[in-house]
Design a protein around this ligand. Structure first.
Ligand SMILES: [Zn+2]
Length: 254
């Protein structure tokens, strides 16, 4: 376990990956209370082990919304945790619509045949600005609804050790609720799919970073076939501060 809180990108791109980079999801690791996934791409067990995070230390997941690229690895993760000996429930915090999809997804497999499987407890998060989501010995998490094609949350994760906050936008168009959630954050992880309905461009992510006065911006959920230098240049111009591109396996302490 690390000395201070950290997060690791397990994937970095928008829903279409390429041969090198997988679709976006990440893991938060505290110093006292294990780890929490943020969304769940296709190969969580492999990616966690590659990042030196014990899958059994993962207590739950913050789920931004139920589009497949953010959720499709969940049944496979649960099967792996069960095989590895997990018997207590897996917790998920998500929009209520996403909790319903999680339940439907789990019904596809007959989990009753998995002896001792304690299942999933999905905690629906009210679509209210700044709503408290969860708290453990390491983190305090709040959320806010953002503007995507389906109900979606952005999360603010505050480390109880450093007091620093990391904000993850989820999938969203530029919106004021996110701007307020991100106010003064140490790191803003913002999607940069492009200027489509329900999404943002790198430049728009930079504008949000500028207006919310964050210290550092990481572009995530981007088109892996787009020119990375061009995305960075656009975001830097709009933000005026340090910008990086998320990379599978990259580790950040906060
Ligand atoms: Zn989406």
């Amino acid at each position: 376990m690390a000395k201070s809180a950290r997060f690791i990108f397990l994937g970095s791109t928008a829903s279409m990956p390429n041969a090198q980079l997988d679709s976006f999801y990440m893991v938060l690791e505290g110093t006292k209370d294990g780890a929490i996934l943020v969304d769940c791409g296709g190969s969580p067990l492999h990616r966690l082990m590659k990042a030196n995070v014990d899958p059994l230390s993962v207590k739950g997941m913050l789920l931004s919304h139920h589009h497949p690229d953010h959720l499709y690895g969940l049944p496979y993760l649960l099967q792996g945790l069960w095989l590895a000996g997990k018997r207590d429930p897996f917790h998920i915090w998500a929009p209520s619509e996403a909790c319903q999809v999680v339940s439907n997804l789990l019904d596809v497999w007959d989990w009753k045949e998995f002896e001792g499987f304690a299942g999933v407890i999905c905690h629906p998060v009210a679509p209210r600005e700044g709503v408290k989501v969860m708290e453990n010995a390491d983190f305090e998490v709040t959320a806010t609804p953002v503007k995507h094609l389906i109900p979606t949350l952005a999360f603010r994760i505050r480390s109880k050790v450093s007091g620093r906050a990391v904000v993850y936008s989820g999938d969203t168009e530029p919106c004021e609720t996110l701007e307020r959630l991100a106010k003064g954050a140490y790191i803003l992880i913002h999607e940069s799919t492009g200027s489509y309905k329900g999404h943002s461009s790198a430049s728009q992510a930079g504008e949000i970073a500028h207006r919310s006065r964050v210290k550092r911006l990481i572009l995530a959920h981007f088109d892996p076939f787009a020119d990375p230098e061009e995305m960075l240049a656009q975001a830097r111009k709009a933000f005026g501060g340090p910008v990086e591109l998320a990379r599978d396996g990259a580790v950040y302490y906060f």
